[in-house]
Design a protein around this ligand. Structure first.
Ligand code: HMG
Ligand code: MG
Length: 303
């Protein structure tokens, strides 16, 4: 049952850098994308077209999208919460867009300033316009394993939003543990609700590692056949509207685990460690990735 090949969607440039208090220049974001694709990343979430008042870190979306050097075979995605975001995003020619809703009403209000039902009403024309432009649409369902405001979130609440996303024509369903509280069996239960409505190839996991459960949750996802995960270089990330949530699971850590299991990702671990060390240096701290730190220490000891 365990997949032999896994696709990792690199979300560091977006989920990672949206949460940094220190400004990161557009040129550095562009270089990060360059380093990630050189390390073999074939799916990169580059930026988001959200209100610059809400997330000033992503206000440079247009120059970043215009500045990246497009590589054949690499898919570049961006977040678009509404038609205004989609219209701005189209100029940057993304391969995929992401609409982001939530399994909890409280988080929907805090993150995108509307109820779940209103969010679906806003997303419907975004999905239709993206499809008309030949662009694939992924959704993220935040707080699928728990909400910083509401607390517990049930699998029924997840499935309700899965069905709504399917109803407006979303192509791919991402199940997101925004605050990293999910544990393996609960993650499987949430994914199984998505798998009732979307094919295996169109369901993915997005696990923040706040409670150190993300690798176990990825393993549990593999057990139910899910083979696509969002990961973030150096373990960068968080959501400005989910206080206390730390980064996504580190790409380096996931690749180390999958390499060890003989599961192909097409990614070059050494080059990822370099990219993680580079962006962490820009941010003035060591990588959060345990594998990144271990391999950097081993290199230092060997030299
Ligand atoms: P709103 O205030 O309700 O929007 O915000 P509005 O339509 O009333 O417009 C108010 C102002 O925002 C206007 O500007 C609009 O032009 C502007 P003003 O006239 O006041 O100067 N505006 C925009 N500007 C740029 N791009 C846009 C846009 N839309 C309106 N697209 C809105 C609603 C959704 C815009 C706001 O709540 C927002 O930007 N939220 C984004 C929050 C966010 O980015 N969170 C992080 C990403 S999600 C995440 O990290 C979770 C994920 O990783 C999965 C997981 O881990 O759970 C994906
Ligand atoms: Mg996230």
């Amino acid at each position: 049952m365990i997949p032999t090949q896994v696709t990792l969607v690199e979300v560091g440039p977006r989920d990672g850098l949206q949460n940094e208090s220190a400004p990161v220049a557009a040129a550095q974001k562009i270089e990060l994308v360059q380093r990630l694709q050189a390390a073999g990343c074939r799916e990169i979430e580059v930026t988001s077209y959200v209100s610059p008042r809400w997330v000033p870190q992503m206000a440079d979306n247009a120059p970043v999208m215009a500045g990246i050097e497009r590589r054949a075979g690499v898919r570049y995605s961006v977040l678009t919460p509404n038609m205004q975001g989609l219209e701005a995003a189209l100029a940057g020619q993304p391969d995929e867009i992401v609409v982001f809703g939530a399994a909890s009403e409280a988080f929907s209000r805090r993150n995108i300033n509307c109820s779940v039902a209103e969010s679906i009403e806003r997303f419907a024309p975004v999905v239709a316009a993206a499809h008309a432009a030949g662009i694939k649409v992924r959704c993220a369902i935040s707080c699928a394993l728990g909400c910083p405001y509401q607390g517990e979130v049930s699998a029924d609440e997840v499935e309700r939003v899965v069905v709504l996303m399917k109803g407006i024509g979303v192509d791919h369903c991402g199940v997101a543990d925004t605050i990293g509280v999910g544990t393996p069996r609960r993650v499987q239960a949430a994914l199984e609700r998505a798998l009732r409505h979307f094919p295996l190839a169109e369901v993915s996991g997005h696990f923040h590692d706040t409670y150190g459960q993300a690798l176990a949750n990825i393993y549990a996802s593999l057990e139910v056949g899910v083979a696509t995960f969002d990961t973030s270089i150096a373990g960068l990330g968080g959501c400005p509207y989910a206080k206390g949530a730390t980064g996504n699971v580190a790409t380096e850590d996931v690749v180390f685990m999958l390499d060890g299991m003989g599961i192909a990702t097409g990614l070059d671990l050494d080059a990822l460690v370099d990219a993680g060390a580079w962006i962490s240096g820009i941010l003035g701290r060591p990588p959060v990735s345990r594998v990144g730190r271990a391999l950097l220490s081993r290199r230092a000891a060997a030299s």
